[in-house]
Design a protein around this ligand. Structure first.
Ligand SMILES: Nc1ncnc2c1ncn2[C@@H]1O[C@H](COP(=O)(O)OP(=O)(O)O)[C@@H](O)[C@H]1O
Ligand SMILES: [Mg+2]
Length: 263
């Protein structure tokens, strides 16, 4: 008897996720899975709830959330925000804020030591960390001087995004959600992003990438493309869905769904 290969168990599994922000229901029922090494692209019109989804999974304190979200079988929604990060979840913000008075290298080292301790690894000392941070910054084209400045203070848009990538590279999360990480990145930054994601995927990191740009999406070679609309995953496909959205816009999605429902 031949057996078909077992599908890989998802690292991130989301079911019937519903999110209310104040009096507004932003997400009605969202469900999807991402396995180790997989990359899912999340597309959707402005205001469709892509950032809300990432923030809800990371533990935004002011959202009302119901449904299920599991990271490697652990109940994410039951954990405080820092436990989610320790369990291996990473969210890169669409608009990374300044953190005045907190030095960038200390910020990243503190976060790294927290996740290392959760993984049962010893703390990394300041000297070893600085070596890793400098080589990471060099690879990502972030000037070394930015390691010694307060987090994101006076950083350009693209430098903020490179700094998010530096955190991603050093923290080595199990699941990374990248919210419009490409916005503000120049061509070299986009190339560094694609190389980093490829290397981390090979090591088993699962990715959810929010992007509007077909060229980047093509370079990322996603396993699946999801379109968020009306508070749920309205369409799922391969790279062809991203190409169709790029060619026809989000407005045409409704008629595609209508046609599919009638077929
Ligand atoms: N704090 C908030 N208060 C009120 N409305 C919000 C808040 N945060 C998000 N929203 C609304 O939720 C919807 C989804 O926002 P968002 O997740 O940022 O969309 P996207 O990232 O897909 O562009 C938008 O209509 C936005 O205005
Ligand atoms: Mg957004």
């Amino acid at each position: 008897m031949t057996r078909s290969p077992q599908p890989r168990a998802p690292l991130l599994s989301v079911r019937e996720l519903r999110v209310e922000v104040g009096a507004t229901r932003v997400l009605r029922s969202v469900g999807f899975d991402v396995a180790a090494g997989e990359l899912v692209v999340l597309m959707g019109a402005n205001g469709s709830g892509k950032s809300t989804l990432g923030l809800a999974l990371a533990g935004h304190p002011r959202y009302q959330i119901s449904g299920q979200a599991q990271l490697a079988g652990q109940d994410l929604l039951a954990m405080p925000v820092e436990a989610r990060a320790r369990a291996g979840l990473f969210l890169s913000l669409q608009a990374p804020p300044d953190v005045p008075g907190v030095k960038n290298n200390l910020f990243i080292r503190t976060a790294l030591n927290a996740v290392r301790s959760a993984r049962g690894e010893p703390e990394i000392d300041a000297y070893d960390f600085l070596g890793q941070a400098k080589s990471g910054a060099r690879r990502l084209g972030l000037p070394e001087a930015m390691l010694g400045r307060p987090v994101n203070e006076g950083f350009s848009g693209g430098e903020r995004k490179r700094n998010e990538l530096l955190q991603l590279a050093l923290l080595k999360p199990r699941v990374a959600i990248l919210d419009e990480i490409d916005s503000g990145l120049d061509v070299d930054g986009v190339r560094a992003l694609v190389d980093l994601v490829r290397a981390m995927r090979a090591d088993g990191t699962a990715f959810v990438v929010v992007s509007h740009y077909l060229q980047l999406i093509e370079s990322l070679e996603p396993d699946r493309v999801l379109r968020l609309a009306d508070g749920c995953i309205a369409e799922t496909g391969g790279i062809e869905l991203a190409r169709t959205i790029a060619a026809q816009g989000y407005g045409a999605g409704r008629s595609r769904q209508g046609a599919a429902a009638q077929a």
